[in-house]
Design a binder for this molecule. Sequence first.
Ligand SMILES: Cc1ncc(COP(=O)(O)O)c(C=O)c1O
Length: 353
Amino acid sequence: MPLPPEELVRPEILALEAYHVADSAGMVKLDAMENPYLLPEALRRGLAAALARVELNRYPDPGGAELRELLARKMQVPAGMELLLGNGSDDLIQVVTLTLARPGAVMMYPAPTFVMYGMNAILSGMRAVPVPTRADFSLDRDAFLAAMARDRPALVFIAYPNNPTGVLYGEDDVLAILRAAEGVVVLDEAYHVFARKSFMPRLAEFPNLVVLRTVSKLGLAGIRLGYLAAAPRWVEQFNKVRQAYNVNVLTQAAARFVLERLEVLEAQAARIREDRARLGAELAALPGVTVFPSEANFFMIRVADADRTYEALRRQGVLVRNLNGPALPGCLRVTVGTPEENRILLTALREAL
Ligand SMILES: Cc1ncc(COP(=O)(O)O)c(C=O)c1O
């Protein structure tokens, strides 16, 4: 007799919930830290022509050599380091985790943070050890170093800046972790264009440092492209775990076309950084709203009743992320949008409060 999923599926998978994405049709979409700007019209026409030349009948270049070369140049990857491409940085988080998931191995990260680290620990059978941040969501260096000494993690994830808090941890705190680490330390720099701080130039100083990036927040979330930079001896191992054709031909071609014109996306990021300052001040001026300082393209805010505020915003056509729960009571996360979107958010929030 065929057995039901409850008797066949791994118990830790049965206990999981699939990653939830709220329906955003017709909404002002401020829930996923996307760049709100499209590419300029002329660029889009050029891109269409470039994509029309792609041979869809052929498998992709498995390593994406041309795209790696371009990324190395545009993103100032230090000489001697290697790149690995992923289907978004989510893919690479999984690749690194699977590579290091020896039986009993520990994954450690400051918490709260990006949910995919813990999720991948579960999927791979690693033991996740979240180390709470301080009340202001800064890194608790002493607690983290003590936890590292105790549990000797094979893998540490640090989102720099952090999602969902927006906090950029102190450089000295991160350095202390890098110096203490026996295992691999992944600095997840998904929001680096907004923080303009990076450990990329320091890769050679720390043999087990991996710098993880994505083009998603830069304005290319739809094409799904992440990359990591690390010493060749690590990339060699990660490369065995990666699916051979994990970055498709259209993504490789689109990325090559747009990243050759990176200044367009960088100008959009500069615009978002300016609007972040204005939005942060305006949110902080609302009665009953606490705004946490952010070096990313979003703010975490705290309100008296997050569930009610979230629903009231939704009814007014504004989608944000509800973080309310034991780790982040009363918290919502809002992406910095266009000036018009930010204005709509502020108006709706005033109404909702
Ligand atoms: C810290 C962090 N890392 C990685 C990702 C995943 O990005 P990608 O779109 O490249 O999979 C996100 C997305 O929100 C993130 O916040």
